[in-house]
Write a protein that binds this ligand. Structure first.
Ligand code: UTP
Length: 272
C-alpha cells in the first residue's frame, strides 16, 4: 500500500511569467481553489496519508494556504459568519514541507524526499498537471498496477507526435490494454522517439530511485532530471507505464489552463 506522496512545488514557473514572479503556478486558481489543492485531494482520494510538499523561498504562500488563519477566523466569528470557518483549504492529511534551496530540477526536488520516504515506496504528483479522471483518480489507477507488480509505475498519456518534444516520452511493450512494460524514457526528444506515450506528472517509485537520484549528473537544460534516474532504474528493476484514463491539463501552458478553468466552470454550473 502506498501511503506517502511527494509534491514538488519549488520550480520558477518560467513559462508562466510574469505572474509567477509573485504567484506560484501551483497556486493558480481553478474556481476558488488553487491547482495544488486538486492534486492534494487526488492524493487523498487515492488513499495517501502523508504528503511532503517541496517548496522554495518564494512559495510560503503554499504553506500559509494549507494552515489556519487566526485573523480570518476571529473576523468571521465577530461578523456572525462562523459557518464560513469550516476551512475547505485544510486537508485531512499530515502535511510536511521541505525547501529546495535552488531550482536544480525535478530530480533534485524528489531526492529531497528520501528521509520522508523512509525506505518505503511512495508516490509523486506534479501540482501543475491536473488530471480530470471520470471515475478512478489518476494516482489510484497507478496504485492498482503497483499492487499487482510491486514495481515503479509511471503515468502516461497518448499525445500527438508533434507534441512529444515537450514531454518525457516512454517506450515499451504492451502487456495489457493500458499497461506497458517500459524499456526507455527520453526527456524532450529531438528525434522521433518511436512512441506516442508522454509522461504525465504521476509516478509511483520504489525507494531504489533514490540511489540514482543521488548519483545522476545534470541533464537536459542543466537540471537534475527525474527522467535520467528512471532510465537507470530500468537496469535494476522492472518499470511499468500506465496509460491514465482521464484528461491531463498542464497549467504551465496558457491554453490548457484556460481550458481547465472552463471545464471546471461548466461542470460546476451544469453546462456541457
Ligand atoms: P516544471 O518544469 O513543469 O515547472 O516542473 P517549472 O520548472 O516550475 O516551470 P517552467 O517549465 O519553468 O515553466 C514540474 C513541477 O516540478 C516542480 C515545479 O514546481 C512543478 O510543480 N519543480 C521543478 C521543483 O519542485 N523543483 C525544480 O527544480 C523544478
Amino acid at each position: 500500500m502506498i501511503k506517502k506522496a511527494i509534491i514538488p512545488a519549488a520550480g520558477y514557473g518560467t513559462r508562466s511569467l510574469p505572474i509567477t514572479k509573485v504567484v506560484p503556478k501551483e497556486m493558480f486558481p481553478i474556481g476558488v481553489k488553487p491547482a495544488i489543492q486538486y492534486v492534494v485531494e487526488e492524493a487523498l482520494d487515492s488513499g495517501i496519508e502523508e504528503i511532503l510538499i517541496v517548496v522554495s523561498r518564494t512559495k510560503n504562500i503554499i504553506v500559509d494556504y494549507f494552515d489556519h488563519s487566526q485573523e480570518l477566523e476571529s473576523f468571521l466569528e465577530k461578523k456572525n459568519k462562523s459557518h464560513l470557518i469550516n476551512d475547505q483549504s485544510i486537508p485531512n492529511v499530515q502535511l510536511h514541507y521541505t525547501r529546495q534551496p535552488f531550482a536544480r530540477g525535478l530530480g533534485d526536488a524528489v531526492r529531497l524526499g528520501e528521509t520522508f520516504a523512509k525506505g518505503e515506496p511512495f508516490a509523486v504528483l506534479l501540482p501543475d498537471d491536473i488530471v480530470i479522471a471520470e471515475e478512478t483518480p489518476a494516482l489510484k489507477q497507478l496504485m492498482n498496477i503497483y499492487d499487482q507488480t510491486k514495481n515503479s509505475v509511471i503515468g502516461l498519456n497518448e499525445v500527438k507526435r508533434e507534441e512529444l518534444k515537450n514531454y518525457g516520452v516512454a517506450t515499451g511493450r504492451y502487456i495489457a490494454k493500458q499497461v506497458v512494460k517500459m524499456n526507455d524514457i527520453v526527456e524532450k526528444p529531438t528525434t522521433d522517439p518511436g512512441s506516442n506515450l508522454a509522461v504525465i506528472g504521476r509516478y509511483i517509485f520504489t525507494p531504489t530511485i533514490f540511489t540514482y537520484l543521488n548519483s545522476i549528473e545534470p541533464g537536459v537544460g542543466g537540471e537534475y532530471q527525474l527522467t535520467d534516474a528512471i532510465k537507470c532504474l530500468f537496469e535494476k528493476e522492472k518499470v511499468y507505464g500506465k496509460i491514465v484514463n482521464g484528461k491531463r491539463y498542464d497549467i504551465g501552458k496558457e491554453d490548457e489552463y484556460i481550458q481547465l478553468v472552463n471545464h471546471y466552470y461548466n461542470s460546476t454550473h451544469g453546462k456541457q
